[in-house]
Design a binder for this molecule. Structure first.
Ligand code: SF4
Ligand code: SF4
Ligand code: FES
Length: 768
């Protein structure tokens, strides 16, 4: 523990860590310090001068965000002198800021509005005309009202430090300074974190803007349904409709702070989309149409078909479902259908990793404060965005060493201390050499030099503190088992080793935990004539359903999988159910129901248990999600003792208790398989030198993201429109081609005008 020193704040004495930041110490001890530019864990800006305090023996008021505590420091945070100075700063901030909070999208959540209202009676002596500017679009999903900016530069710092993108910057000088983009259009990953941290209504969510007032929304804390990072978020809903998703700190305090990515924040329009399946559907005849039916009829029909088929039922669970739903599907297989033919649809099998775990899993906080990080394969900046943010900050703000071993110069290599650029397909070779020091002439196969490996080993050898090894899905199962098993070898008295897997789906880890004893998906698809599928399969896997006798699919939308279904049962989205997801650090986190299930949808675990009950097997859940979770916790060792109340507080996530293998396992079979694969690699190979474009995975249009219209424009090149005052959705077709029919109307729109879009996207249009 660091040295403790004494400081006196407002006549009270405190013991604090030497070097602690004064603003944090004051706030931790309930002394309110106003601030705009200060943001914990970002580089200091010190421009707003709101956080002023008086420190004894210092000649003038000091900004508490820039002061570190020293022994014997005597501080005053409230006095007439301090308030006068702060009020004067408030007056300056309002010099150009419009006083029209009732029409601002941030009204009710704006930090500037709150501060000024809290003070009351703020003078406004500036009588000069304000520097008014029109509200415009910076991208399909980031809108901008420049005149509301107070130049705190939180946005530019998160873009730089969290995202490594540096896509927005302050332009112009003096009173004309504005936050702008390079070339007038944002070609970034569109994370929206600049919107989240903006204390005013300057940067705005263009998917949601002007839909509701924030105080009209019910806020429900839940977990992201896209990334395996398990980001905590708040679902804003009203009257059964999800309007927006934020990580705003006034609503939610999860492991990700205010960080979210483009999918978590903006791709929520699938929830209330018109294409949701509305009732159960039965295809009475192969090749016939799906006909709407009642739940009673559908469940009875499905149960009788499953009973007729004997023990040949295959069960597949999507890694997007909650733990409760996946576990119910497994129970259905083993208890109702008496079958051991069950699988997860995620092609990435985490079993080899977890069965060989030689060190604990790293948390995201540990990644942020790691001293050395080794990334082998994967692309966290596109798939596990919060992990990527923690890595960038570990390097940028914590001085960590980042070593990347990859076949592709991914964007994160720009932050790397060392990049070992290997030949395509040779990551397994690296894994085996690194873990087992096996010399099979692999350097040539990898296209790497011995000196590169020596440098890597030297860096690890010299590193003290946490050393984190993370790897992506592009390593084979054998390579993952080998690395997980060998990680412990790199520990020393001063170095702790931690592992971090990079699976794709929000509940890949939970699916692996729930489906103990699962079979490979292809085996289940091949060997079963009758199937129950929770969620969708890839188009390629779905084709394997063509010749099956009977297929039941629990889904939200009609997909390539439901094309082959004899019965489709409408499943509820994550916003309509209670449950849990387990993230890539092993945290078991709550999913909470924000709205009633739309139309006739039901939670997957309810659907599955209804079919089982009709077949004579009662899971005993009695329509209670907490009972469904208790069954999980009573059966899965790593979850033993967990209950919903224990998982209540998102600021204190609970990690599942994964067994760490104490003894090094005999993995000679895995090593043989790896050696064979390595020997088959060519001696010479051309390296991939192209860095993939920002968003090439994040902006992909899928069944869920494609229901948010803006994703189509992002995926189709994110074209810059002619008129920034009008929504790109009005100016482009979804494939990114210009909409000729709106051209004349759009060209006529100037500042102060308003246009209506004929195709019901009027609420997405600038109404100014
Ligand atoms: S959306 Fe994200 S990447 Fe784009 S400018 Fe804002 S913070 Fe930067
Ligand atoms: S746009 Fe918002 S976050 Fe950025 S400098 Fe202006 S007020 Fe601050
Ligand atoms: S918060 Fe300290 S100067 Fe802005």
């Amino acid at each position: 523990m660091s040295e403790l020193i004494k400081v006196k704040i407002n006549e009270q004495e405190f013991k604090v860590e030497k070097g602690a930041r004064l603003i944090d110490v004051c706030r931790e001890n309930a002394f309110n310090i106003p601030s705009f530019c200060y943001y914990q864990d970002l580089a200091l800006q010190a421009s707003c001068r709101m956080c002023l305090v008086r420190i004894e023996k210092m000649p003038k008021l000091q900004t508490s965000c820039t002061i570190t505590c020293t022994d014997g420091m005597i501080v005053t945070t409230q006095s007439a002198e301090i308030e006068k100075a702060q009020r004067a700063m408030g007056e300056f901030l309002l010099a150009n800021h419009p006083l029209d909070c009732p029409v601002c999208d941030r009204g009710g959540e704006c930090e500037l509005q709150e501060m000024i209202f809290d003070w009351g009676d703020v003078e406004e002596r500036f009588v000069e005309p304000k520097n008014a500017q029109p509200e415009k679009f910076l991208s399909p999903i980031v809108a901008n009202d420049p005149q509301r900016c107070i130049l705190c530069k939180r946005c530019t710092r998160v873009c730089d430090e969290w995202m490594g993108e540096d896509a927005i910057e302050a332009g112009n000088r003096g009173v004309n300074t504005v936050i702008g983009t390079y070339g007038g259009w944002l070609g970034c990953s569109q994370c929206g974190n600049c919107i989240e941290v903006c204390p005013t209504g300057t940067l705005l969510d263009a998917v949601y803007r002007h839909e509701t007032r924030p105080w009209e929304l019910d806020q429900t804390i839940s977990t992201d349904v896209y990334s395996s990072d398990g980001m905590q978020l708040s679902i804003g809903s009203r009257g059964g409709f999800v309007h927006r998703i934020v990580a705003r700190d006034r609503y939610v305090d999860g492991l990700n702070g205010e960080f979210l990515d483009v999918k978590a924040r903006f791709a929520h329009e699938f929830i209330n989309h018109a294409d949701r399946i509305k009732t159960p559907l039965i295809r009475y005849k192969k090749g016939g149409k799906l006909i709407p039916t009642t739940w009673d009829e559908a469940i009875h029909f499905v149960a009788s078909k499953f009973k007729e088929s004997g023990n040949n039922v295959g069960v597949v669970a999507s890694a997007r479902l909650t733990n409760e739903s996946i576990f119910a599907l497994k129970r259905f297989a083993t208890e109702a259908a008496n079958s051991d033919n069950y699988a997860v649809s995620d092609a990435y099998d985490l079993a080899p990793f977890f069965n060989n775990l030689s060190v604990p899993l790293a948390t995201h906080k540990e990644i942020r404060h790691a001293k050395t990080i080794l990334l082998i394969g994967g692309e966290p900046e596109e798939e596990q965005t919060f992990t990527a943010k923690q890595m960038r900050q570990a390097v940028r703000n914590g001085g960590a060493k980042l070593i990347i071993v990859h076949h592709t110069p991914i964007r994160l290599t720009h932050q790397a201390t060392q990049f070992i650029h290997v030949n395509p397909g040779s990551l397994d070779a690296f894994a085996l050499t690194f873990a087992d020091k096996t010399d099979v002439g692999v350097l040539k196969k990898m296209g790497a030099a011995q000196s590169e490996i020596d440098d890597l080993l030297r860096t690890i050898g010299e590193s003290e503190g946490d050393f984190i090894i993370m790897f992506g899905r592009d390593l084979s199962a054998e390579a993952q088992a080998t690395l997980a098993n060998a990680a412990g070898n790199f520990a020393s008295e001063t170095r702790r080793v931690l592992l971090h897997p990079l699976p794709l789906y929000n509940n890949s880890v939970g699916a692996n935990d729930m489906m103990t004893g699962k079979k490979p998906l292809q085996d289940v698809l091949k060997s079963s004539k009758v199937l129950l599928i929770g969620g969708g399969l890839s188009e390629e896997n779905a084709r394997a359903l063509a010749n099956k006798d009977f297929v039941v699919v629990q889904e939200m939308f009609e997909t390539a999988t439901t094309e082959f279904a004899d019965v489709v049962l409408p499943a509820a989205s994550f916003a309509e159910v209670d449950g849990t997801f387990t993230n890539n650090t092993g945290f078991v986190q709550r999913v909470r129901q924000a709205i009633e299930p739309v139309h006739q949808a039901k939670a997957d675990w309810i659907i599955t248990s209804m079919i089982a009950r009709e077949m004579g097997v009662d899971f005993g859940y009695n329509f209670s999600a907490s009972a469904a979770f208790k069954a999980v916790a009573d059966s899965i060792l790593a979850y033993s003792g967990l209950r919903y109340p224990i998982l209540k507080d998102e600021s204190r996530p609970v990690q599942a208790k994964y067994a760490v293998v104490a003894e090094k396992k005999d993995l000679s079979n895995e090593a043989d398989a790896l050696l064979q694969r390595i020997e088959a690699l060519p001696d010479e190979a051309e390296k991939n030198t192209v860095t993939p474009r920002v968003g090439h995975k994040l902006h992909r249009v899928t069944t869920m993201t494609g229901k948010t219209a803006q994703f189509h424009l992002l995926a189709n090149g994110n074209p810059k429109p002619d008129n920034l005052l009008v929504s790109p959705l009005v100016q482009f077709n979804l494939d990114g081609t210009p909409r000729e029919e709106t051209k004349a109307q759009v060209a006529a729109v100037g500042v102060g005008d308003k246009i209506e879009d004929k195709e019901n996207v009027a609420h997405k249009v600038v109404l100014k």
